[in-house]
Design a protein around this ligand. Structure first.
Ligand code: SF4
Length: 702
């Protein structure tokens, strides 16, 4: 397999970064990817952003893990990895696959015998394929014996999914991004697609050029606002007030779709009574948006022939994230703006396979296809399919697992392709939790900040080194194809998960990825009619694709909702403040997020030469007026403190940042933004509040 391939050729695959799911053509020679170009996939039609085009050389980086590693017995775990993680390499010794896998299985099994099934937990990855996500949750449920399995959806759209499942019976989007071409009005709220979903943003900009009316609502003035007819730069934390005021206008001015409501919606009277209290005049001073503008925008959205809503983590990453999404669902339902091309609800999914990983069951309360673990029928189905008894209790979520680690309730963890030592809120707390584990097994392509705390490290393949399916934000299942061999002894994640499962006594015999996908089709009604062969030939297929929709259904909810009654359910949202408000000691608000050149915790893009050259260093963005007030010049350092930690960063001026706020990208280990963030959770979606916490800002004396 490691024979050099001197023949130049191309391989079709999918970009490994965001949920847009652009198809790519990989230009390969001598087992090296030399160039990436855009392919005419359904989501991108040949387009790529800077990450997809230039962010590929991390796969050939010299810091790739090439052999299993075992922590040296005398090496203590450092819960303060302020240095780049690879500096910790000396604390490990190389091992054979046999030794590392057997040790991992023995230690997990011993913890389970000693402390019970609930003492083990696993974080899967939205960077792995659908087949790998499915196998991972199956290992935790049938091998570990609990539902303590989660992944990064908990940190991005868990609240959106909770609200969508509750309201319309499905956690996925109703319409693909490219449907914006058929929308008369596009509302983008709490999202910065020019940075986070750039090719998706290009479709929105094209739609505006063709005459669509764009409304952008966000506390930060983003690039997309330049293309908008109406910009609502509302005060952070006031989303529910603003959206309830829009609902108020639509109800009071009788802009509702009575026929749609009568036929397809439950709970309208309660919602109408609830939003009565939220007049635009009342909320205007709180939101910072003039009442007239709220009225104009509500009318524009409701009166259009087709209006589509797209949202991101500005909506979801709040303690009121579920309430924010409930309001958006209500907007679409009471105006009948759903079930047709150019309408609907689209939570822009973050990672390239966060949709697929969620669908495949990497969720503590759901089996594959969102079948609840505490529903007897669903449990019976999976007990039959997997031939074992299953835990009827929902498991712990990402942040709850960390708490359980510190309390000694969880003592063994298996983490694949996630980096909670960088991505969790109050990250020092998460690092302490990981360091406290009796056994931490980390499977990744680099020695990440999380892997530096591991007992056993398993080297995995990068996306372009394996074959498997991924599902984009549009519910499009796409085939990713292997283009190059992995370095050294690195193995595909599905191979490693199966090898560990076998050593823990599970009778798994999957000969290849296609066999796993075939089992998924039997477990998941949504994928029933999709075959591996079909994906190999076509490259992609939208779901649901089953007996009811044999060719797949791109726009869903056309005649009913997949709820018990077939109707959507409106849930009024009460206004609640953020978990931690500014005060005299911490008078600023921290907003964290991503930047165009870097992806999440930076483990891939910061090892991609072009991207790292463009954005090599951490920084904080402040409004120029705030910089003047603090007497800080652009490029000077500031000290930022929250109740949980402090970082020092050079500043940039950004007039799009509202006064009193600081924006920090969270990808830099040198000054990890999540040292500052608040771990308080949305009570329903259990998502932390990455978009709002109280901080103090001082000019750094150095
Ligand atoms: Fe990749 Fe997303 Fe950029 Fe497309 S828009 S190239 S999927 S990062």
């Amino acid at each position: 397999a490691n024979q050099p391939d001197i023949q130049a050729h191309t391989v079709s695959s999918v970009c490994p970064y965001c949920g847009v799911g652009c198809q790519v053509e990989l230009h390969v020679s001598n087992n090296q990817v030399l160039e990436v170009t855009g392919k005419a996939g359904p989501a991108n039609q040949g387009r790529l952003c800077i990450k997809g085009r230039y962010g590929f050389d991390y796969i050939h980086h010299p810091q790739r893990l090439t052999t299993p590693l075992i922590r040296k017995s005398q090496a203590p775990k450092h819960a303060h990895p302020l240095l780049p993680a690879e500096r910790w390499m000396d604390e490990f010794r190389p091992a054979t696959w046999d030794e590392a896998l057997q040790l991992a299985a023995d230690r997990l099994t011993a913890i389970k015998r000693r402390q019970g099934a609930q003492s083990l937990a696993g974080f899967g990855s939205a960077k792995c394929t659908n087949e790998e996500a499915y196998l991972f949750q199956k290992l935790v449920r049938t091998g570990f014996g609990s539902n303590n399995v989660d992944h990064c959806t908990r940190l991005c759209h868990a609240s959106s999914v909770s609200a969508l499942l509750e309201g319309v019976g499905s956690g996925a989007v109703s319409n693909p991004v490219r449907d914006v071409a058929q929308a008369e009005v596009i509302l983008v709220i709490g999202a910065n697609p020019s940075v986070n979903h750039p090719v998706g943003a290009s479709w929105i900009k094209n739609a505006v050029k063709q005459g669509a009316t764009l409304i952008v609502a966000d506390p930060r003035r983003t690039d997309l606002a330049r293309h908008a007819r109406h910009v609502l730069q509302f005060k952070p934390d006031t989303d529910v007030l603003l959206l309830n005021a829009m609902l108020h206008v639509i109800v009071q001015e009788n802009l509702v779709d009575h026929t749609f409501i009568a036929d397809r919606v439950e709970g309208f009277d309660e919602l109408a009574a609830h939003v009565n209290a939220y007049s635009p005049e009342r909320v205007a001073p709180l939101c910072g948006i003039p009442a007239d503008l709220v009225r104009t925008v509500a009318r524009t959205y409701a009166r259009a022939k087709s209006s589509m809503i797209l949202w991101g983590m500005g909506i979801s990453q709040h303690v009121h994230g579920t309430d924010n999404a409930r309001c958006l669902i209500a907007l679409a339902m009471i105006t009948g703006q759903i079930g047709r091309p150019g309408t609907g609800l689209h939570p822009l999914r973050g990672q390239n396979n966060v949709q697929g990983a969620s669908d495949a069951g990497l969720i503590p309360m759901m089996y594959p296809d969102y079948q609840r673990v505490d529903h007897p029928d669903a449990r019976a189905k999976f007990e039959t399919l997997w031939n074992t008894r299953l835990d009827p209790k929902p498991g712990l979520t990402v942040v709850e697992v960390m708490q359980a680690c510190l309390q000694g309730q969880v003592q063994g963890m298996y983490i694949v392709g996630e980096n909670p030592a960088m991505s969790d809120p109050d990250v020092q707390h998460a690092r302490d939790a990981l360091a406290a584990l009796d056994c931490l097994i980390v499977q990744d392509i680099f020695l990440t900040e999380t892997a530096s705390l591991a007992d056993i490290v398993l080297p995995a393949t990068a996306f372009y080194e394996k074959t498997g399916t991924v599902t984009n934000t549009d519910r499009l299942v796409q085939m990713g194809r292997k283009a190059v061999d992995p370095p050294g002894e690195a193995k595909p994640d599905w191979w490693i998960i199966q090898a560990l499962a076998q050593r823990m006594g599970l009778p798994w015999r999957y000969p290849h990825e296609a066999a796993v996908f075939d089992e998924m089709r039997h477990a998941m009604h949504s994928l029933e009619n999709i075959t591996w062969d079909q994906l190999e030939q076509q490259g992609s297929q939208v779901y649901p694709c089953n007996a009811a929709h044999p060719l797949g259904q791109s726009v869903v909810f056309t005649d009913q909702f997949p709820t018990a009654t077939g109707k959507a359910r409106l849930v009024p949202a009460h206004f609640n403040h953020a978990g931690e408000l500014p005060d005299a000691d911490y008078p600023f608000v921290l907003i964290t997020g991503r930047q165009l050149e870097h992806w999440h915790t930076g483990s891939m893009t910061r090892r991609s030469a072009v991207l790292d050259e463009l954005e090599p260093q951490p920084y904080a963005c402040l409004n120029p007026e705030d910089l003047r007030m603090l007497d800080v010049a652009v490029g000077q350092r500031i000290e930022i403190l929250s109740r949980r930690g402090q970082v020092q960063l050079p500043v940039r001026a950004d007039a799009g940042n509202p006064r009193g706020t600081v924006f920090i990208p969270f990808c830099y280990h040198e000054a990890a933004a999540n040292v500052l963030t608040n771990p308080q959770l949305d009570p329903v979606g259990k998502i932390p509040e990455f978009k709002f916490c109280a901080i103090a800002v001082h000019k750094f004396p150095g």
